[in-house]
Ligand binder design. Structure first.
Ligand code: AMP
Length: 127
């Protein structure tokens, strides 16, 4: 079920529970600002999710209200994770779904990191 990009933060969303250690995850990175772990339903040979530790529902509220330090820490973590996964040379794709049209399913901001094979063109043309 897709969720809206805006609205109150749900403390019981699945990524909040992963952050609290209530649900297991295959972690690849953690620092002051972020946690990264393998997606449970990978869409590419490498499919990792990077999430901020703060209670941000989507890119919408994060970009509008997070502190500069949180934003910088999170963006740097996304780059670091891609680098540590060995994806800089072959390349990789970042994706952040926000809201209904994008079919965001988990109401905690996350950036997908895809790689490990040629990923093809991004989207089909609209016509
Ligand atoms: P999105 O549609 O952008 O909200 O993507 C949510 C992603 O979270 C999907 O790719 C799911 O496979 C992934 N996901 C859901 N539950 C878990 C979980 N417990 N551990 C890891 N990934 C998950």
């Amino acid at each position: 079920m897709p969720v809206e990009a805006t609205g109150p933060y749900d403390d019981n969303n699945i990524f909040a529970r992963i952050l609290r250690g209530e649900i297991p995850s295959k972690r690849v990175h953690e620092d002051e600002w972020s946690l990264a772990f393998h997606d449970i339903n990978p869409q590419a040979p490498i499919h990792v999710l990077v999430i901020p530790k703060g209670k941000w529902r989507s890119w919408a509220d994060f970009s509008a209200h997070a502190s500069d330090a949180e934003i910088a820490g999170f963006i740097r973590a996304v780059g670091l994770v891609a680098r540590q996964l060995g994806l800089e040379t072959p390349g990789y794709r970042l994706l952040a779904n926000a809201g209904l049209d994008a079919h965001q399913e988990v109401p905690h901001l996350h950036v997908h990191v895809f790689g490990g094979r040629p990923l093809g063109a991004m989207l089909a043309p609209i016509s």
